[in-house]
Design a protein around this ligand. Sequence first.
Ligand SMILES: Nc1ncnc2c1ncn2[C@@H]1O[C@H](COP(=O)(O)OP(=O)(O)OP(=O)(O)O)[C@@H](O)[C@H]1O
Ligand SMILES: [Mg+2]
Length: 249
Amino acid sequence: MKWIALQGLKGGVGTTTAVAHLGEACHRQGRSVLLLDLSPGNLLRIYLGMPWEVRRGLVPALTAGTPWYQAAYRSASGVQFIPFGVESHPLAEQGYSRSVLRQWFRQIRQEAAELQLQEDTLCIVDCPALGPGEDLLLQDLVELHLLVVNPDPGCFASLRQREPLPGAQVLINRLHAESPLECDLQDMMMASPAVQVLPVAVQQDSHVPESLAWKQTVFQAAPASQAAQDFALLASWMLSQLRETEHVA
Ligand SMILES: Nc1ncnc2c1ncn2[C@@H]1O[C@H](COP(=O)(O)OP(=O)(O)OP(=O)(O)O)[C@@H](O)[C@H]1O
Ligand SMILES: [Mg+2]
């Protein structure tokens, strides 16, 4: 399996959106995909059409001692995903520290290897946003770790303060292509030798929240949209990047 993590430089930059759309785009390009929600917000499932009332997922499975892969669901379009789930035990909410999330991820990665799942399956992980002073959650445990940012002055400043960022590649989401300020900030991020910015950015597109209101990705609700085009291109870039890593290895 190939492991890819996405984490927001701060909350609300579009990490869960990017995970759902990359998963759908890779699935459409014929890749076997498993999306894993490691974010206690438990929202990835909504992008994939899961009913509100279903509480099952990773955390209930692990706390009940049942295998995590039994918590997997398949979206209407065929993307497999494991929701974070809702744990009704009140003590559980105290336990979602970084070290617990990393420990769960290690366990999943190891058991996935033992299960000998399809070797070229992509597992794309939705991580909770970075907290102040924190390192990337899974940097040393995945093949590709994408740090999601918006091209706004706040993200620009946080990124600058965190440089250098070895091991992370920066994904710019919600770019207003008509904004000179945002284009300048994108150029400045790309010009920085201390961070590696992806050559593909995702533009701001109102079809994204509109699709979410239908519990769908833009690939179902607005297939001709700018966002569908951007996420398809981003998925192609990611797949080519992973192929390059294979060759190097
Ligand atoms: N490219 C985009 N264009 C327009 N809206 C977007 C785009 N990407 C994300 N959004 C919107 O931004 C909002 C937040 O997105 P999302 O939930 O993916 O953020 P997040 O980084 O995962 O947040 P959190 O840190 O709370 O987990 C959603 O309403 C989503 O539809
Ligand atoms: Mg999220």
